[in-house]
Write a protein that binds this ligand. Structure first.
Ligand SMILES: [Zn+2]
Length: 291
């Protein structure tokens, strides 16, 4: 078991760099259409399929690591440092799995914009809703406007991860300056245009929270609540991917704790967690709920 940081951003970026290959024919799972299931569609997107396979790879690696951990305990070989190493690996694999599988499901939601509670993938890439679900509920579209950043999320992420150059100096200049008095120390600078493009995509998504309105007719709070939850999910997905990219470029050995982004794409280590962006999106969410 190694303690090196998992290159999950590079892995995901590598998936989005693939364009001209035949997509995998099978998902590598047991899933098949069961009696009573309704087939919603087929996942055809190459990147979506590759993300799913990557998530399965993380699942397998987690199983192997967990088995090994138990085995070492049973054989009386597990030292505190072995256990610490195992838990670190367990955490980073779990985080990587959440990120990759989250992106896969966002791609599904963008291709099949419906309001389902449960859906599954079969080995031949069909998307099925379980028979117990209310089909009318499934037919509702959570975000009817196809220009909504929730609907275009996967393509926006794809565009950002396929960025090869671009001038991001104005975006960098709009960030806060380093606050040395607060104990901030410069640890590096983002140079990867994909990471910068991801940051800008996130800014655009957050700005669109102001447009969140109930879809039709009278105020439907449950619908609005579902919209806000979905919105938060998309923001989380973008945020995790962005910070994975930052961390892999400026802190690949995990030498620093909390880090923050500052003017001209400088990255600083912080004495306290940087909650600015979280606070902004939360107050926007609450404000939007009360409107
Ligand atoms: Zn242990």
């Amino acid at each position: 078991m190694g303690t090196k940081r998992l290159p999950v951003f590079q892995t995901i970026a590598g998936i989005f760099a693939k364009n001209d290959v035949d997509g995998p024919k099978e998902a590598g799972i047991d899933g098949a259409v069961k009696k009573g299931d309704h087939v919603i569609g087929t996942v055809t997107d190459l990147q979506a399929r590759l993300l799913f396979l990557q998530s399965q790879d993380y699942v397998k690696r987690l199983e192997v690591a967990k088995k090994e951990h138990v085995k070492w305990h049973l054989e009386g070989k597990a030292s505190p440092s072995f256990c610490a190493e195992f838990h670190k690996l367990d955490r980073s694999l779990t985080k990587a799995l959440e990120l990759v599988s989250g992106l896969f499901w966002e791609s599904v939601d963008c291709s099949f914009p419906r309001n389902w509670a449960e859906a599954d993938i079969t080995n031949d890439w069909r998307l099925v809703g379980s028979g117990e679900e209310d089909p009318d509920f499934n037919r509702q579209v959570l975000f009817p406007d196809d220009k909504s950043p929730v609907r275009t999320f996967f393509d926006d992420i794809r565009k950002a991860l396929q960025t090869t150059d671009g001038d991001f100096s104005a975006d960098g200049a709009s960030l806060d300056a380093v606050d040395e008095k607060a104990g901030e120390k410069v640890i590096g600078k983002i140079t990867d245009p994909r990471v910068k493009a991801l940051y800008c995509a996130g800014k655009a998504i957050r700005a669109s929270i102001k447009d969140l309105r109930p879809p039709v007719g009278e105020e439907d709070l449950s619908q609005k609540h579902a919209q806000l939850e979905k919105f938060g999910e998309v923001v989380d997905s973008q945020t995790s991917l962005f910070w994975a990219g930052v961390r892999e470029e400026v802190d690949p050995d995990d030498a620093h704790g909390n880090i923050g982004l500052r003017k001209d794409w400088v990255v600083v280590s912080l004495s306290k967690p940087d909650v600015t962006t979280v606070v902004i999106s939360l107050s926007d969410l609450i404000g939007s709920m009360l409107r």
